[in-house]
Design a protein around this ligand. Structure first.
Ligand code: ADP
Ligand code: ZN
Ligand code: ZN
Length: 807
């Protein structure tokens, strides 16, 4: 199996000795095509020579034992079939990139080259790109020039000495090493030591270090260089000097990176409602493999999970705890470590390559510290061998679905299959279950357990709808705040309580518009207006990261009447700073949470009450637990409701109920204030009474009527290309071919709200699959049409994206 977008596997030849050594799941280095070298995975060892090509020899065997197991291969195969994506894509997504070394030609700029005038325009493009980036891969060059045959251009650049290239194979995993100190063998007897201390009588610091060393060595454990420095109160250079004098020696031991140092506590005692839920889950598991726990916000679902986890650990099996967002891991990891200490490993994309390799190996070897894996989406790919339980927390979250790149899998649904492969159980938890999940539960496909009390019997927050149309009319708005919202904030702050304000847009304002001519600055690469970010006085595109300085005058008519419309988190933060100068204001959105510890810093500061008011985007809605928040404000509910998507209302409900759930979690009932132009909207009414049942019923009705999930399944086809006409021709051809087979169940073609991104035009089609129609057969037919499409020369350059169960 090769990590390239192909369904097929390939046969390579090995010697008999190699064949005897090799096992399924080991990696081998192979060449493919003319120049490429890849890491491939052995999936079968056989003696049938391929008929269509000659089997090449492998380069070398990379593993001593398998790093991928049977269950994984089965799971990947399912993902590939179900989501209609090449197995090679799943393979690439599954392994930490450090496991997939390949020869990639990397080009560098020649710093000595100055005569830019001898370069052609195309050559200059690449040279220029290298001034912003220290290196480029061939792939990136292909992207920049938007053409495939780039080798001649690169050759020319090399000939002109503008660049140089390096064929590089990167072997990557470096275990973290810890430095230890021991005595040099010269000093093996007491007499030598006596002499040594005398010799050092004038080098006081060095003498201290040696004396400390003896003190520490009485414990008979290896002595870390760092510990010795602290204990002797000397610097690293003192130890280094002693090593240079052949008195000490350094040596290194491998250690795993993720270590928990604190003590562990026993699990909390469940209250009667939690206890009952736990028992119901366990009973339900006797018959069903999947159970949905519908527990209101702050009902203590996490504590129920921990009991289940403990039971599974006791039976000697592994546990996977899935979270939708890395933002959440910082709190949950602390809570779980409290109970399970060093039995937990964390796995997600903000971890370095090395850290991910380490977790992979620990899971593979079923190490004590990999008994519980806490992770985002991609942790469903880990080499579990004995998975007893999967918990999918906040199972309704749409971020469980990967949408770019392929494989476009839903981690929740893939986890259900994974649990099944391991004959384990899976618990889906949420205060606002996805309609699909709740539907499956009511159809008896999943077990259903309800938990309707907040822990400590705190009432759900009081939710108040504020009609800002009326407030505007009566001139009771200050910036984006109604008088009532300000009053509630002031009251909370007076009580020394904290406030969360939700605004689902980042930046300062999403639209800049000229008051004279109505023109608004657009992204040159995408069909979208630029968002104003005040802090940098910049306009930015949220689709392609294009940015430029905010102009002083209108680009169309030249008048200096540019005005900002709409508002984002940044603007709210600034308004708050003026309204509440004595309080500290924090902001949590994509712009403030970059870097591995971005979230942790803000969440930590809020937990420590260093921030009084936290403004943020939907990141704030995801299961965070703060004890002192008494007020949650939603500044503009309408933008969520007026979204052209069949899931918009469901999502708006989930989002608002989840953010509201951050209020009043520990002591007393909290408050929620929702500003809207449309207080009679049925979803807002349902949010204000937390009436999930009614929302469910109403939405389900719509879905039935308009043929959407959970009744119908959806497969979305997207075409992308920089030439509009070509995409248009392609989509029309495709529409007709699909319509021939599926008739009225093909919708489209449509252009998405942002119809051009990064200079690529986008068109969509949706195929609806009625409940009784065979899914497998439908996919077969679609695949056939796709093949024909790709055989048309004119269509071949178009990017063809298939998204099964699209969101
Ligand atoms: P949920 O995940 O359902 O929103 P949490 O599990 O975060 O709720 O629980 C809410 C709060 O109540 C947390 O601070 C948690 O520590 C506390 N809590 C829940 N159950 C218990 C219990 N049985 N004993 C003590 N504290 C609990
Ligand atoms: Zn203008
Ligand atoms: Zn853009």
């Amino acid at each position: 199996m090769l990590p390239i977008p192909l369904h097929k596997t390939f046969t390579y030849s090995v010697t008999e000795a190699e064949a005897n050594f090799l096992e399924k799941g080991m990696r081998v280095a192979v060449s493919f095509g003319k120049t490429k070298m890849y890491t491939a995975l052995v999936v079968e060892i056989h003696t049938t020579a391929p008929t269509l090509y000659e089997a090449k020899d492998i380069h070398q065997i990379l593993d001593e034992k398998p790093i991928v197991n049977e269950q994984q291969l089965k799971h990947w195969q399912w993902i590939s079939n179900y989501y209609m994506c090449p197995l090679g894509d799943v393979f690439r997504a599954a392994l930490p990139s450090a496991f997939l070394l390949e020869s990639e030609t990397i080009i560098y700029k020649n710093e000595a080259f100055t005569d830019e005038s001898i370069l052609t325009d195309t050559e200059f493009l690449i040279f220029e790109a290298l001034q912003h980036q220290s290196q480029l891969t061939i792939h990136q060059v292909v992207d920049i020039l938007d053409k495939k045959k780039v080798m001649p251009i690169i050759n020319e650049l090399i000939k002109k000495s503008a660049i140089y290239i390096k064929e590089e194979i990167y072997e990557v995993y470096k275990p973290k090493l810890i430095k230890y100190v021991r005595m040099h063998p010269n000093y093996s007897n007491d007499a030598d030591l006596e002499n040594l201390l005398n010799e050092l009588s004038r080098a006081k610091k060095q003498r201290d270090a040696v004396l400390s060393f003896f003190q520490l060595s009485s414990s008979k454990k290896p002595i870390k260089a760092k510990d010795l420095e602290t204990n002797a109160n000397v610097s690293a250079s003192i130890l280094k000097a002693l090593v240079d004098k052949n008195i000490f020696e350094f040596y290194h031991l491998k250690t795993d990176r993720i270590n928990y140092k604190g003590d562990t506590n026993s699990l909390k005692e469940l209250n009667e409602f939690q206890q009952k839920a736990l028992e119901e889950i366990e009973t339900s598991f006797q018959e069903k493999d999947v159970v949905l726990l519908h527990g209101i916000t702050s009902s203590g679902k996490t504590e129920v999970y921990t009991k289940l986890i403990q039971n599974v650990l006791d039976s000697g099996k592994q546990v996977l705890f899935l979270l939708p967002e890395i933002a959440l891991t910082t709190q949950i990891i602390t809570r779980l470590q409290h109970y399970f200490g060093n039995q937990i490993s964390v796995f997600h994309s903000k971890y370095s390559m090395n850290e991910r390799v380490e977790v992979w190996n620990n899971v593979l070897e079923n190490k004590p510290k990999a008994q519980i894996i806490l992770g985002a989406r991609s942790s469903v790919f880990l080499p579990f061998n004995n998975l007893g339980l999967i918990v999918v927390d906040e199972e309704h979250e749409t971020s469980y679905k990967q949408f770019e790149p392929s494989p476009r899998y839903n981690a929740r649904d893939s986890a259900i299959v994974l649990a099944n492969i391991h004959k384990g159980k899976i618990l889906l938890g949420s205060a606002t279950p996805a309609l699909e999940s709740y539907f499956n539960a009511t159809q008896n496909k999943y077990g259903l357990v309800e938990l309707n009390r907040r822990f400590g019997n705190v009432q759900l927050p009081k939710i108040e709808l504020i009609d800002i149309k009326d407030k505007h009319k009566k001139k009771l708005m200050k910036g984006h705040f109604s008088d009532r919202m300000l009053q509630l904030i002031t009251e909370a702050l007076e009580q020394k309580e904290q406030v969360i304000l939700f605004q689902n847009r980042r930046g300062f304002s999403p639209v800049v518009e000229c008051n004279t001519c109505g023109n608004s600055p657009q992204c040159p690469n995408c069909d979208v207006s630029l968002t104003y970010h005040k802090y940098r006085n910049e306009l930015r595109c949220h689709y392609c990261h294009y940015q430029r300085a905010m102009p002083n005058s209108c680009g169309a008519c030249g008048s200096n009447t540019l005005d900002t419309k709409g508002f984002g988190t940044e603007q709210i933060e600034l308004e708050l700073k003026e309204l509440f100068p004595d309080n500290s204001i924090g902001r949590m959105d994509l712009d403030t949470t970059r870097g591995k510890f971005g979230y942790q810093k803000i969440i930590g500061a809020f937990e420590a009450h260093e921030i009084d008011i936290l403004v943020g985007t939907q990141m704030l809605s995801k299961g965070l637990d703060f004890e002192n928040v008494s007020l949650v404000g939603i500044l503009n509910a309408d933008s969520m409701l007026n979204f052209p998507d069949f899931r918009a209302h469901e999502r708006a409900y989930q989002l608002m109920v989840q953010v509201s759930g951050r209020a009043g979690r520990s002591k007393k009932q909290g408050n929620v204030a929702i500003q809207t132009f449309n207080p009679h909207h049925q979803i807002l009414q349902q949010v204000s009474t937390t009436n999930y049942a009614e929302m469910y019923k109403e939405q389900l009705n719509d879905r039935w009527q308009y043929h959407y999930p959970p009744y119908y399944r959806l497969i979305k086809i997207t075409l992308k290309h920089k030439d509009f006409i070509r995409v248009d021709n392609g989509i029309n051809w495709l529409f007709k071919s699909l319509q021939n087979v599926f008739g009225e169940h093909v919708l489209g073609p449509t252009a998405p709200a942002v119809a051009r991104v990064r200079n690529q035009y986008i068109k969509n089609l949706v195929i609806k699959i009625p409940p009784k129609q065979s899914l497998a057969k439908t996919k077969e037919q679609i695949a056939k049409i796709k093949n024909t499409f790709e055989a048309v020369k004119d269509f071949r350059p178009i990017r063809f994206i298939l998204d099964v169960d699209a969101y």
